[in-house]
Design a protein around this ligand. Structure first.
Ligand code: HEM
Length: 154
């Protein structure tokens, strides 16, 4: 389960960073190239970012439940571990209910009118993805740090 947790986090960070970069670059692109880049962002979210966010958060929840029923409740309640769990859940929720649906609406807008100008709703969604995506990633990075210091080695 920890393996799935770490794979989810790795893919989430990698694909999320690529999507965040593409969304930024697209804003300065010559208009005829924008649609291609934004389409790629939508596909990244659908195939990598959202599934990885679900995998990381879902496996985290599963580890919490297994560890709690195995009697490790006290460790789960220590500040770094608890903060990792809360921040991880918030980052997952932000991605799954915020940036992911916005990316899919943006994708639909791009596919519906692939011309140089993104219509109003599409542009609003692009801005939302550009804001929420990196915010969620920053939370994942802090959660990663907390998860590393929370887990005893030996
Ligand atoms: C942004 C998302 C998250 C990140 C970056 C993250 C990071 C980590 C890391 C680095 C570890 C240590 C793994 C190891 O060394 O084997 C870990 C373990 C763990 N994570 Fe997460 N995590 C996230 C989300 C969650 C969520 C949402 C939960 C549960 C609600 C959760 C629960 C746990 C538990 C219970 C452990 C084992 C802790 C222990 O053994 O003391 N994680 N996490």
């Amino acid at each position: 389960m920890r393996f799935l947790h770490l794979v989810g986090i790795g893919v989430w960070l990698g694909a999320g960073a690529a999507a965040a970069l593409l969304v930024r670059v697209a804003a300065q692109d010559p208009p005829e190239r924008r649609a291609d880049r934004l389409e790629l962002v939508g596909r990244f979210y659908a195939w990598l970012v959202a599934p990885a966010a679900i995998l990381a958060s879902g496996s985290g929840l599963a580890i919490t439940m297994m560890a709690a029923s195995a009697g490790y409740g006290a460790r789960l309640g220590e500040p770094a571990s608890a903060a990792m769990q809360v921040l991880g859940l918030l980052a997952g929720a932000l991605e799954i209910f915020g940036s992911f649906p916005a990316s899919q609406r943006m994708l639909r807008a791009v596919l519906a009118s692939p011309g140089p100008d993104l219509a109003g709703a599409g542009e609003r969604m692009r801005r939302r993805v550009a804001l929420l995506g990196p915010t969620a990633l920053a939370m994942v990075i802090v959660a990663l740090y907390l998860g590393i210091i929370a887990t005893p080695r030996g």
